[in-house]
Design a binder for this molecule. Sequence first.
Ligand code: ZN
Length: 297
Amino acid sequence: MTRVEKEQGMSETSQTAQQEAGVEAPVLYEVRDGVAVVTLNRPAVSNAQNDYLVYELDRAFHRAANDDAVVSILLCGAGKHFSAGHDLGTAGKFDGLDTIERKTLWYDSTDKPGAERLYAREQEIYLGLCRRWQEMPKPVVCAVQGACIAGGLMLAWVCDIIVASDDAFFQDNVVGFGIPGVEYFAHPYEMPTRIAREFLMLGDRMPAQRAYEVGMVNRVVPREQLFDAAFEIARKLATKPRFALALTKQALNIVEDLRGKRTANDTVYAMHHLTHAHNFAVHGTSIIRPDFLDKKK
Ligand code: ZN
């Protein structure tokens, strides 16, 4: 493996292990008309995010960022749903964080005790990677269909332009799991604060049209037109000067940070982990299931 390949993603050991396990590539990558099309490819589990998918997504973004033939990126999801969030069911099977080359300077979380393990893990794979992706100097269009739940929101939110199909819905239901929002707390930067309160506290589905009305998505199109509509925007972006796009993206990221986004991210990340630790201390698990909550309060 060359240095560049090594920098681009998972360690060879980890990739080989996945291939031997017969795991289909969780992220697909192709370049068309100056656009890197990056596709989440775990449709059987609604593109739920395990570690393998997250690092393959990072590898795809890294590849797109480094390729001079790529000016813009389209992120989409195969199948009925964009992403059902973090993979709570099968994540453990692919938990190779001790062998994967991490992308932040957070140390290996897998052998750490108590709250340190999850705190370090999520700094790397959720908060750290989301920030890294948002700072990628090429514009990203996100095409969302079906479910975009919790961890799915994080992927959509770090993109620059969101196109939703008319059957899409957005939801962060983790308050029901005893947690004050997903690890990347950007809700009040993606929608008005009043709406964010409702979105988080009730945890209900926000239909695409409502998401458009509150300014969280840029366009709503019929389901069958989603890919073409999103690709057309990405293709149009790919005709613009690369450096101007990069600086425009940086400028808008700076404005969000001046509005306190980074500080809010960090502060609520700590609260998120207070509840993980609390849930573990009280219920023996870092997230509580709503049915469990009903019984125990
Ligand atoms: Zn968490």
